[in-house]
Design a protein around this ligand. Structure first.
Ligand code: C5P
Length: 303
């Protein structure tokens, strides 16, 4: 039996992510697209406190707007707990107390982080002892970004984004994240990309060597040159108002800005923490909530 199996509760912290590079390839029959992406886990976290229960229940609080977060069985964290129980034959349940810090429907993998945290928390609470690799494999069945939130750090994702290889990243990159009150639907952003492409041939996606070199160098200026997201153009077509935020941040001192994942959160790369704090307050003066974060940080783990 695991050492922590007798604890009354287990707290796990899982990170949100920024895709510093995201190339989208062709669409498969199941609706998913072939991806080549470079993820970085950043210091915005979801905390999940798991306690023993007969059934599967959830409460959700947080520092972000919780509109749209399901509080029923469709919540991804609850699905994660049920999946782990089914896979391991665990017969009890769990109560998950989720505290959210990652913008909801923002393109930063908040829901995926909840699922990652729930998997790690239940595995510890129940003493099922699956460990990171198996939890990542289970996570891939819940959503393409879940395995990365379990792994953390900096990684290259291929396939649906869930086949992961750790990438070397030197030092710490500083980002200013600007969330947006109106969340976006990930499938809608992908559909917009597909519509624009029509029947055109789509090349196999790959992460360019410049991205890997920039991450390895620890040089924010080099990484700024390499930032790219194929979902940015469709996200901006769906939400032209985001362009103004991108331009403002770049005019106010960011090295570069990028739509995070499928949007609408914008992530600005800055040279250092001081520049991040300065940009954060300039964005606030212009009426935009902004938060300075850094990466890479660890994946889902007990705290
Ligand atoms: O796996 P996840 O639930 O995060 O994906 C949300 C949606 O994003 C999918 O339903 C799909 O529309 C889109 N997606 C995709 N290709 C991927 C990952 C996600 O088309 N590789």
């Amino acid at each position: 039996m695991s050492l922590v199996a007798d604890l009354p509760g287990v707290r796990v912290r899982a990170p949100g992510k920024i895709n510093v590079f995201l190339a989208v390839g062709g669409r498969h029959d199941d609706g998913y697209h072939e991806l080549a992406t470079a993820f970085q886990a950043v210091s915005l976290y979801e905390d999940v406190y798991a306690t023993h229960a007969d059934d599967f229940t959830i409460t959700v609080t947080g520092t972000v707007d919780l509109t749209g977060v399901p509080q029923d069985d469709s919540n991804l964290a609850l699905k994660a707990a049920r999946l782990l129980a089914a896979e391991t034959g665990y017969r009890g349940g769990v109560h998950l107390d989720i505290r959210k810090e990652v913008p909801v429907a923002g393109g930063m993998g908040g829901g995926s982080a909840d699922a990652a945290a729930a998997l790690v928390a239940c595995d510890a609470l129940w003493g099922t002892g699956l460990g990171s690799a198996q939890l990542q494999a289970l996570g891939a069945r819940l959503g393409a970004d879940v395995p990365f939130s379990v792994m953390g750090g900096t990684a290259i994702g291929t396939g649906r984004g869930d086949a992961l290889n750790p990438a070397l990243a030197r030092g710490r990159f500083h980002w200013v994240v600007v969330p947006n009150a109106d969340g976006m639907s990930t499938p809608r952003t992908y559909a917009e990309l597909d519509e624009a492409r029509g029947d055109a041939e789509v090349p196999d996606p790959a992460v360019p060597v410049e991205v890997l070199q920039a991450l390895r160098s620890g040089d924010a200026r080099q990484l700024a040159e390499a930032l790219h997201n194929d979902l940015q153009a469709p996200a901006l077509r769906l939400r032209p108002d985001l362009r103004e935020i991108l331009e403002l941040g770049e005019a106010q001192g960011a090295l570069a800005g990028i739509v995070s994942g499928s949007g609408p959160t914008i992530a600005f790369l800055v040279e250092n923490r001081a520049d991040g704090t300065a940009l954060e307050s300039r964005m606030a003066m212009a009426g935009y909530d902004a938060v300075c974060v850094y990466g890479p940080v660890h994946g889902a783990r007990l705290v």
